[in-house]
Write a protein that binds this ligand. Structure first.
Ligand code: PEP
Length: 259
């Protein structure tokens, strides 16, 4: 489709950070992001206890923030859960759902992830829906079947209007936190497959942002973001260092001008 899609760079801090180091990181990222905000979308998904700090430091800045998971419920007897509405009260606009660490360590099914995506949308958050295959699944040649089913679970639950507002992050599990990124060709192949699957549901879904995640670094961001169907990145480890995160944002900006 000829329509220009904007590039995104979203940080996933995971369970890292403390008040003092967060302040320095958020300040540095906000300062660096200011010059790029017209060209790309930049955000950080922080541990929930630091939402208030993030809101205080980023309000009025050209950087979005969000959480790394939400409950499927609005309120109730769900000890330890955080409602999307609670995150919204602290200015969050983003919610990662279905990260492979939650699928693996908290037994989250694709159906649960889909209902979290819908809950995020209903609260006014943009869900960043993570999907991806394990190494065993890739080696068995089932990558498309696995990520296709993970995507279908979301598309089956959402209306087309809702699906237009999601972001997908393709994160091969074997590339997360391992230092072993997918090659640009491997990532592009899966992104093209996912885009075709979206279009099969409705032509308007061609514009859904498809981010790549898995050991993105300043050194490989340019080639990844230069691929036709890669609309930016979800960044784990490298989002904890402002210079690395901003260097990755810079590559997204360069790639967005190149298209
Ligand atoms: C992630 O956790 O979403 C991720 C992509 O991590 P890393 O960049 O560290 O591989």
């Amino acid at each position: 489709m000829a329509e220009q899609r904007v590039k995104w760079v979203i940080g996933n801090w995971k369970m890292h950070g403390r008040l003092a180091e967060n302040a320095a990181l958020l300040q540095a990222v906000a300062d660096g992001a200011a010059a790029m905000a017209d060209a790309i979308r930049i955000g950080v998904c922080v541990p929930t206890p630091y939402l208030a700090q993030t809101q205080a430091l980023l309000s009025g800045k050209s950087l979005a923030w969000g959480v790394q998971d939400i409950s499927t419920y609005t309120h109730g007897a769900y000890t330890g859960e955080v409602a999307a509405e609670m995150a919204c009260e602290f200015g969050a606009t983003l919610a990662i759902v279905g990260h492979s660490e939650r699928r693996a360590y908290h037994a989250e099914s694709s159906e649960l992830v889909a209902s979290k995506a819908r809950r995020a949308l209903q609260a006014g958050l943009t869900p960043i829906v993570c999907i991806g295959e394990t190494l065993e699944e890739r080696e068995a040649g089932t990558t498309e079947a696995v990520v296709g089913a993970q995507l279908d679970a979301v598309l089956n639950l959402l209306s087309v209007e809702e699906a237009q507002r999601i972001v997908i992050a393709y994160e091969p599990v074997w590339a997360i936190g391992t230092g072993r990124s997918a090659t640009a060709e491997q990532a592009q192949e899966v992104h093209a497959f996912l885009r075709a699957r979206l279009v099969q549901k409705d032509a308007s879904l061609a514009c859904v942002a498809l981010l790549y995640g898995g050991s993105v670094k300043p050194e490989n961001a340019q080639v990844l973001f230069g691929q036709a169907d890669i609309d930016g990145g979800l960044i784990g480890g490298a989002s904890l260092k402002s210079e690395d995160f901003l260097a990755i944002c810079e590559q997204a900006k360069v790639a967005s001008h190149a298209h």
